[in-house]
Structures are given as C-alpha cells and as structure tokens.
Ligand binder design. Sequence first.
Ligand code: BDR
Ligand code: CA
Length: 313
Amino acid sequence: MGLHPIVLDTDPGVDDALAIIYALNHLDLQVHAITTVCGNIGVDQATINTQIVLSLLDCVVPLAMGQNQPIYYPLQTAPHVHGLDGLGNVSVQFESLEEQVVKKSAVELILDFVAKFPDQLRLVCIGPLTNIAQAILANSPLMRRTKEIILMGGAFEQRGNVTTSAEFNIYVDPHAAKIVLESGVPITILSLDLTHQVILSADRLHQATLCSNAPWRDFTWSITQPCMRFHQHQEGFHGMYLHDPLAVGYLLRPDLFKTVPAEVRVETSSSSTRGMTVANLHQQPMTPNAQICVAVKVEQFLNHFLQTLLDLP
Ligand code: BDR
Ligand code: CA
C-alpha cells in the first residue's frame, strides 16, 4: 500500500503505548513525529511515558510536548484505568532517559509537518483533541491541507466510558472535538461502538509474549496488568480493549474495517451530556463530516496487531 506519513498525537496511557509500538514496528508507516497531550495523565508524564517507549524500541522520533489543559474544562485523568503514572505503574523502573523532546511545541510541530507534506500527512489522534484544535485555531487554512485525521473517540450507540453518554477522549475536551469536527479536514472515527468489539484477553497476550523475543516483550505484559485487572473488576473479563491500537490498525489494514459516512456533532455545554457524540447516518439532508468505522474483522486484526507488536514469526 506504500508508505503513510503520519504524526501520532497521544496521551500514554497503556493502550496508547501499545499503539505507539504497533505503529513504530510496522514498516508501512513513516512516523514523522509524536506529539503528547494531557488526557490519561498530565502532559509531562505522558511525555516521559512516550520517551520510555521510544527508548525500549531504540527509536529516535521527534517528540514534542503539547497542551497541558483542555480548552475549557479542568483536566480529568484516568489513573484508575492506566495506573498512577499512566503506564501501569512501571515508569519508576526507567531512570535517566535520553532527552528526546524537541524545542518546539506539539502545535508548532504538527503545523510544520502539515506544511512539509501538504495533502499527504495523516494525523493519528489517540488522546483528547486539544493539540489538533489549537493547531486549527492557529492556522486553519494550513490544517485543511491535512490528508486525514484518524481519531479514537466518541460513543454513538454504546454507552460512554466516563459518563453514560461520553467517551473519555471527547469528554476531556469536547470543545476541541467540536473544532476538529467542524474543520473540514477528512476525518475517520473509531468510537467505542467499534473498539468494544475487540478484546485482548490476558491469556492471549500471555501466549503471544511466550513466542516473542522482542526486547519490549516483558514491558508490554507489565504495563497491561493493572488495566486488565480494572476490566476484570469493572467489565467482567480479564483483558482490555484495544481502543488506540485500532486507530493504527485502520491505517495499516483498512481492508479489515467497514466505514460509513455520517454527520457527527458533539455536545459541549450540557452538564449531563458533556462530550456526547451524535451521528446522523441516514436522515436527509445530511452533510457528512466524517467516516465512522462500524465493523472490524476481529480475529484478523488481533493477529496482525500481536504479530507486529511482538515481532512474532
Ligand atoms: C480512550 O481513552 C483513553 O483512556 C484510552 O487511551 C483511549 O484513547 C478510550 O476511551
Ligand atoms: Ca489514549
């Protein structure tokens, strides 16, 4: 399919860390930069967590720190899901990391790369959309030269995972999501309706790690354990959803996904439905502003993900 130039915008986050490894370990992706944003954890720790992943992979990628607050609401993090450090409480084991953060901000770096690859660059957004919205506010004509924004966020028919009506990435910064959805950039959305179709069980990850010689094999196992225990307690299965890796998977294996056009809106102001995403799929007149992923070939995706993640034969 050729090389895809991308910038990955992320708030690691356990599933973010898996998504970063999945992306950097696949030859079809050219990850030109990684930008961090506050979300699962504050942006300082999200940046440290990204550096940990990069050091384990022995990868040098421009890394820029992004926004430390959502546009309007105070930051809400998710330590109960991702651990107190956002990385399954393993980050203390990594000291004296090589400083990889560039002098530019995430917004500056995103704008730089859109300018460098007009109509070619895809943004893969797996955290709250604050950086992307700020880039649009700073230079919307340039940002409209983005080829595509692939974002993990929202819940249409599924209930939310923060409140009944809202998914985490959109809940944290609904104003940013609104700016992105109204930007005119082609958007593909992987919401909870899709990501809840894919569960990585602890057993399956364990079996896969036994077959792997990847130097980050034990790391992938350790970071996922608190998250898997959370799901066992909360959802009744010992495993985790692969929210963010699915956004990378969509880019690598679009043949595994089914999408439909939709007009998507987000609620910003109501306190009871803050961050709720609503999709009109049928009612006319309709002006689609996004493609929504509605189905994925689960087994094929899981195999592709685990093989790439853990360098399996
Ligand atoms: C999203 O929220 C975060 O906790 C995950 O990293 C993912 O991006 C799922 O709702
Ligand atoms: Ca995330």
